[in-house]
Unconditional design. Structure first.
Length: 254
């Protein structure tokens, strides 16, 4: 009778633990589903380190230089086309020289202003990364010891080193390239519609297909990137614990 009661109690305990586990799994899945995508908020915070505060003036200056430089780049095909038309229509050498000088001026404007814009964005990226690392270091100093006990060392090392390197790459190259691509596409689209709107519409028909393909690639690459960061965190933790343990063992042997 006692054995039957014990087995009944064990079964009840197992059922209760299974129910608790199932409830916890449901809660985790529900929280994962209900979790909102905060990519826009994170991107805004990252850009604020680079463009916010005292850096906003220099950012807008670099943006203006970039736009004016792109105008010079877009003017180059028009000027070279006028030069070819001059040659085709039997124009004079003076007219050809004039269009050639205009093209050189446009190229000089593009190269010169792009150089200064790149220098401004590079300086903003360096200072923004310094602000981010300083803020991260100050935040880590305020955390309790229980936080470091719960978190693996490798994950913390990955957040401090690998993630900041990814942010540094975003600051140094992605921001300037995104700004350049956006304004260049907009200006070229405007010029295309001014020249021939029928051909412009025909050329833009492939844009929705490109957007759909980009979204598909993003859905595939984002989880892979997250998994890669987690694997790097585990590797960093293993490396940190193994190498540190070897140093301790060697010192104790001595």
């Amino acid at each position: 009778m006692t054995a039957n009661n014990a087995s009944a109690n064990n079964a009840s305990a197992n059922n209760a633990s299974a129910t608790t586990t199932t409830t916890e799994d449901v809660k985790e899945q529900t929280s994962a589903v209900d979790k909102k995508d905060d990519s826009a908020q994170v991107l805004s915070r990252l850009l604020d380190y680079m463009t916010g505060g005292d850096a906003s003036g220099r950012f807008y200056l670099g943006l203006a230089l970039r736009i004016i430089g792109l105008l010079g780049l877009i003017a180059l095909p028009t000027l070279t086309g006028q030069a070819l038309n001059t040659v085709t229509n039997g124009g004079t050498v003076a007219e050809l020289t004039r269009w050639f000088i205009y093209a050189l001026i446009a190229a000089a404007i593009y190269l010169g202003l792009s150089f200064f814009a790149e220098r401004i964005f590079a300086d903003l990226a360096t200072k923004g990364l310094f602000k981010l690392q300083t803020s991260l270091f100050n935040h880590i100093q305020t955390l309790s010891l229980s936080f470091f006990d719960r978190q693996p060392v490798g994950q913390l090392m990955s957040r401090v080193s690998n993630d900041t390197e990814a942010v540094a790459l975003f600051y140094e190259s992605a921001v300037a390239q995104i700004i350049r691509a956006i304004f260049q596409v907009l200006l070229i689209t405007i010029v295309m519609f001014l020249v021939n709107w029928q051909l412009a519409v025909a050329a833009l028909l492939v844009v929705p297909v490109m957007v759909i393909l980009t979204m598909i690639i993003q859905r595939i690459s984002t989880p892979a990137f997250v998994k890669m960061q987690e694997s790097m965190g585990d590797l960093s933790g293993f490396q940190e614990e193994t190498i540190s343990g070897h140093k301790v063992i060697i010192s104790n042997r001595q």
